[in-house]
Design a protein around this ligand. Sequence first.
Ligand code: NAD
Length: 347
Amino acid sequence: MSVFSEADYDNHEQVVFCSDAGSGLRAVIAIHNCRRGPALGGCRMWPYASEQDAVRDALRLSRGMTYKSAMARLPLGGGKAVVIGDPHRDKSRALLEALALAVDRLGGRYIVAEDSGTTVADMQLMRHFTPHVAGVEERVTANGVHSGDPSPATAYGVFVGIRAAVRVRLGQDSLTGLRVALQGVGHVGLALARRLEAAGARLWITDVRREALSRAARELAATVVEPQEIFGLDVDLFAPCALGAVIDDQCLPRLKAAIVAGAANNQLAEARHDAELFRRGILYAPDYVINAGGIIDIHYERSGYDHAAVTRHIDGIDDSLTEIFQRSRQQRRPTGEIADRMAEELF
Ligand code: NAD
């Protein structure tokens, strides 16, 4: 197995392999860059087909966190943990304890939060063994009790970003009548759908989980479509809020939307799909810029929560995207490439 010659290895500061025989823990913690501050990033638990896949995911995701936090102007670096295993079968109290102790040994250079396969409750448990955990605080805000789940803040940020993209690409300030195809009505997707509907948008939604889809359909005046249909709809905007790598060679020729803007991480299957979207005149809101609401929310949880300050900070996603879109037009370069260059100036 290689690490230094791995394509996703990008001069990571530290890559730690953690194991614990008693609990069966096998994890990789990758710290990409701490120049702006401690590396904060979620812990993903997944039954990876190989150890190489787990390492690759940790390297790629931690690098993404550096770019995301830099672009959101947060005093944070990029890191990520991945645990090899099935969260439904292999996750135990002992495993989370062993993982928390591994995080603790890094002395605060890495701060763990929830991600796919881990929950806020898992983070609360890990908090007993290390202070270097984020996304766990329950707090009362003007809008009610906040569980520590960053999804509502992520959805708000995506909504702000969609408004910016619509303004730039379609020349309109209002979302009334905007036709949106939304893939994945989970934590972020459903919250985003609610906001879009309240703003007057018309929605087409899909999900592979029937119960998530029926719940959303009961609540929203949306048209439900099959998962494969979501790409080819005659809409203004496609909002990927499910998995990564959704913009690929199969999806691209079918897209009729003028804008791609959604919550999912790593939306582009390969870097070249950034250029392909640009060539087709589809305005792509770079994923790590538009979905930074959650990390912004988590940052404020650690530094003293202030709902108004969080909202103001998330509103800055509009400025960041507007600048990316302008530079992209001036330089005739794809938006993802422009975002990467801008982020690299910040760390
Ligand atoms: P989630 O698991 O709650 O929701 C994802 C939904 O997508 C699920 O309902 C799932 O069934 C559905 N789905 C999966 N594959 C699908 C497919 N092929 N077609 C249609 N639906 C499909 O996750 P979430 O927390 O809402 O996050 C959504 C995306 O946003 C993820 O890519 C995540 O990495 C990213 N993201 C989330 C946050 C956050 O704060 N939760 C922050 C930044 C980025």
